[in-house]
Write a protein that binds this ligand. Structure first.
Ligand SMILES: NC(=O)C1=CN([C@@H]2O[C@H](COP(=O)(O)OP(=O)(O)OC[C@H]3O[C@@H](n4cnc5c(N)ncnc54)[C@H](O)[C@@H]3O)[C@@H](O)[C@H]2O)C=CC1
Ligand SMILES: O=C(O)[C@@H]1CCC=N1
Length: 273
C-alpha cells in the first residue's frame, strides 16, 4: 500500500458529517496536504470546524477551485438539491469519489455532467480509526493514476476491495457498509439478554461490549476462520453448544441475517435513481 505517495495533489470533501469527517481525519494523518484540502459543508459540526481550523483546511471558501479529487459524502437524498452547485466545482480532470448509498455512476453523472471519471465507494464507520472496510468500483474513465489516488484515500481508512461489477456495490453496502450497525446491535441485545438472565444493567453492558470488542480483536489477530474460533469456544455438551442450538437453528441467525442484508440491498436499490 503506497498511501502517502499516491494521495491526490488536492482534494475537496463535500459533506463532512459522520462518514466524510471520519475519512478526512484519516487522510490528514496519512499525509494529505491540508493546504490543498477544502471542505464544503453548509452545517459543519463544531468538531469539524475545529479540525479544519487546527489543521489549516479551508472550510467553505468563497470560490473554491476544482480539485484533483472530489469526495462526495452527502446524503443520497440530498443529491438533487446539491448537484447544480457541485457541478461547477468539478473540473475536466477531477476524479469524483462518491460514497453515497444507492446512487449509481449513471445517477451521479446524470446529476453532475461535469464528472467524467467516477469511483463509487462504500466505506464503513470504523474508517474513523483506520479500520474501515471499503468496496469500490471505478468507471471506465478512471485512469490508472486516478485509481491509485482513490486507492490511497480509501486505504488510509482500512481495507479496500475493488469490484469489477458495479451491482456488487449495493451488496457491499448491505454487508460491510451497514454491517457495523449489526454488530453494535449484537452488543445491545446481548446486554439486554444478560439483564434478563439476572445481571445488573451496567455489568451486562460492560461485559457485552468487551465481549464483542475482544472477539473482534481476536478475529483480527488470529488468522483462523470465524467458524474455527467459534468452535474453540464451544465445549461439546456445554453452555455455548446450548446457545448455538438456538442461534444456528433453521429459524436462527442465518435466515435472519440473510433477510436483513437483503432488506439493506433492496433499500440501496430504492435509493438509486
Ligand atoms: N454513516 C455511515 O456509516 C456510512 C455512510 N455512508 C454514506 O455517507 C454519506 C453521508 O452519510 P453520513 O456521514 O452518515 O451523514 P451525515 O448526515 O452525518 O453527513 C452528511 C453531511 O453532509 C452535509 N451536507 C448536506 N448538504 C450538503 C451540501 N449541499 N453540500 C455539502 N455538504 C452538505 C451535512 O451538513 C452533513 O454534515 C451518505 O451518502 C451515506 O450513504 C456510506 C458508508 C457508511
Ligand atoms: O444507512 C445508510 O444508508 C448508510 C449507508 C451504509 C451505512 N450507512
Amino acid at each position: 500500500m503506497s498511501v502517502g505517495r499516491d494521495l491526490p495533489a488536492s482534494l475537496m470533501l463535500v459533506g463532512a458529517g459522520k462518514m466524510g469527517g471520519a475519512m478526512l481525519a484519516g487522510w490528514l494523518d496519512a499525509g494529505l496536504d491540508p493546504a490543498a484540502t477544502t471542505v464544503i459543508d453548509p452545517a459543519p459540526s463544531e468538531a469539524m470546524t475545529r479540525l479544519c481550523a487546527e489543521r489549516g483546511v479551508a472550510l467553505n471558501p468563497q470560490s473554491p477551485a476544482p480539485a484533483a479529487v472530489m469526495v462526495l459524502a452527502i446524503k443520497p437524498q440530498g443529491l438533487d438539491a446539491a448537484a447544480p452547485d457541485l457541478d461547477r466545482l468539478i473540473g475536466p480532470e477531477t476524479l469524483l469519489v462518491s460514497v453515497l448509498a444507492g446512487k449509481t455512476v449513471a445517477n451521479l453523472r446524470g446529476r453532475l455532467p461535469a464528472a467524467q471519471a467516477v469511483v463509487r465507494a462504500m466505506p464503513n464507520l470504523p474508517a474513523s480509526i483506520g479500520r474501515g472496510a471499503t468496496g469500490a468500483f471505478a468507471n471506465h474513465k478512471v485512469t490508472p493514476g486516478g485509481r491509485a489516488s482513490a486507492d490511497a484515500l480509501l486505504s488510509a481508512a482500512g481495507t479496500v476491495a475493488w469490484l469489477d461489477d458495479e451491482d456488487a456495490v449495493d451488496a457491499v453496502t448491505a454487508v460491510s457498509g451497514s454491517g457495523p450497525a449489526y454488530v453494535f446491535l449484537m452488543v445491545e441485545t446481548l446486554a439486554e439478554a444478560g439483564v434478563a438472565a439476572g445481571l445488573p444493567p451496567d455489568v451486562a453492558g460492560r461485559l457485552a461490549r468487551a465481549t464483542v470488542a475482544g472477539a473482534g480483536a481476536l478475529l483480527d489477530a488470529d488468522p483462523a476462520e470465524a467458524g474455527a474460533l467459534r468452535q474453540a469456544v464451544t465445549s461439546p455438551g456445554g453452555t455455548t453448544a446450548a446457545a448455538l442450538s438456538v442461534l444456528m437453528a433453521e429459524d436462527g441467525l442465518a435466515p435472519l441475517m440473510r433477510r436483513a442484508v437483503a432488506a439493506a440491498k433492496r433499500r440501496a436499490g430504492e435509493l438509486s435513481g
